[in-house]
Design a protein around this ligand. Sequence first.
Ligand code: AFP
Length: 329
Amino acid sequence: MTLERFIHEEERMYPRATGAFSGLLHDLSLAAKLVWREVSKAGLVNILGATDRMNVSGDLVKKLDEFADETIYRAMDHGGHLCLMASEENEDVLHIPDNYPTGKYVLLYDPLDGSSNIDANITIGSIFSVFKRTTESGKGTLADCLQPGVRQVAAGYIIYGSSTIFVYTTGNGVHGFTYDPTVGEFLLSHENIRIPKRGKIYSVNEGNYANWGEGIKKYVGYLKESDASTGRPYSLRYIGTMVGDAHRTLLYGGIFMYPGDRKNPEGKLRLMYECNPLSFIFEHAGGRGSNGKQRILEIQPKSLHERTPLFLGSEEDVKICEEFLQGNR
Ligand code: AFP
C-alpha cells in the first residue's frame, strides 16, 4: 500500500471531497522525497555547514535548512490547495505567488527539525500542520494561521533516520509509511499506531536541571526511583531532535519533555511548528500533549513563533507528570 493509494482510499470515505486535501498531501510527500534526497547525500556534496544567516529564533541557519525550507515552499506553492504558509525559518507568513491560485488550507511547517544534529549524521526531521482557512477568500492572513491546534485537519512528520518514515494523521488514526528508495514510494509500514498507555523511557535535556522548577525536578527524581510495579527506574534517551525523540516515544511509550525553566519560562519548542502537530498526532494515537497546566491543542496562539513548555507521551505518564507540576504529588 503506497502513501498515494492510502491517501486516495481515505478520500473515498468523504464523497463530497474535492481532492484538494489529497492533492496537498501528495505535494507534501513529493517535498519529503526531495528533502530526503538531499539529506541522504548531505555528507557527499558540499551542502553541510552553516550559512552566515541567523533565523528568527537566533539560530545559525544551516544550508540544509534553507534547502528544505525552499523545497517545501516550492512544492506547495502552486497546487491551488493553500492560501498561505508559515515556516519556522521565516518571521512572517509566506504568501502564495500572485500567478498561482489559492485554496482553502493553510500549511505551517518546520522544514528541518534538529538541525544542530545534521553535521553529526544524527536523525533529523520535517514537521507539518494543516488548518482550514478562517478567512473567506483571497490571500490568507495571519489570522488563518493563529488557530488552536485542536482545529488542525492534518498533521505529520517525516523522520530521516536509519530509514525515512512519513507519519501523519487526518484524524482517522496515525499511520506511518517507510520510504523505499528502490521504488521511489512511501509504503505503509506502521498502520494505526497506538502509543502504550505507560512506558519506561523519559526524554529530556537534563543539562537544564539547575534552572528547573521544583515540580519537574521532583518528577524526574520520581522516574529514577526504583519500583518494579511501575517500571521504574525509567531509562533516559535524548537525541535532541524532537521528531526523533517523539517518534521513539510514540512507538515505545513514555514521556518526552521540554519544560520551561528559570532562563526560558516558555521552554524552547514552538507551539505552531512543533508542539501542535506532535500533540495532534499523539492524541490521535491515544497519548497526551500538555504544557503542564493545559492541553497543548487548546492553547490560543498569539503569535507565529511563540513557545510553550511541552510534556508529550503516554497518557498515564503525562498525567502523572502534570500532577507533579501542579504540586499535587
Ligand atoms: P535545532 O533545530 O536547533 O537543532 O533544535 C531542535 C529542537 O528544536 C528540537 O528538535 C529538540 O527537541 C530541541 O530543540 C533540543 O533542544 P536542546 O538542545 O536545548 O536540548
